[in-house]
Design a protein around this ligand. Structure first.
Ligand code: DAT
Ligand code: MG
Length: 151
């Protein structure tokens, strides 16, 4: 549906490398609507909760340390099939396997420095949006471009 929402984050390496504008521009120009955006350093506990499903993985500790190494741009984008399309725009988890044209395929090389996060299902999108944003942070507005992006 055209009002599906996904949680997209620019990880600390993306912020440090000055890729914030590049990554936001892709979602903006694709036609997605920005619902929420903030630069945050949410701390270890929050990041452990964000990646709770991976807590048994051997790379979990390094992953949380990486995510906790600097500010993160947290965003909610809305639009047609936003979760699946967002994942396609990110590219494969391992940047070496990400197609050129995707964020990871264009902007990074290693799994542990893969610059961005995107929700993998509508269910996890809802959970992640809830974890990262307060209800009041989610903006309800009608884009002036709406009728030029959707029939
Ligand atoms: P994604 O970020 O594509 O949703 P994921 O949820 O499986 O991938 O994993 C979260 C992050 O953890 C991923 O962006 C990079 C890191 N990661 C995943 N698998 C890894 C592995 N086998 N070794 C090291 N880091 C890994
Ligand atoms: Mg994931």
């Amino acid at each position: 549906s055209t009002n599906e929402r996904t949680f997209i984050a620019i990880k600390p390496d993306g912020v440090q490398r000055g890729l914030v504008g590049n990554i936001i521009a892709r979602f903006e120009t694709r036609g997605f609507k920005l619902v929420a955006l903030k630069l945050v350093s949410p701390g270890q506990k929050h990041l452990e909760e964000h990646y709770a499903d991976l807590s048994s993985k051997p790379f979990f500790k390094d992953l949380v340390e990486y995510m906790n190494s600097g500010p993160i741009v947290a965003m909610v984008w809305e639009g047609l099939d936003a979760v699946k399309t967002g994942r396609a725009m990110l590219g494969a988890t391992n940047p070496l396997a990400s197609a050129p044209g995707t964020i990871r395929g264009d902007l990074c090389l290693q799994m542990a420095r893969n610059v961005c996060h995107g929700s993998d299902s509508v269910e996890s999108a809802n959970k992640e949006i809830d974890l990262w944003f307060k209800k009041d942070d989610l903006n309800t507005w009608e884009s002036a471009q709406k009728t030029w992006i959707y029939e």
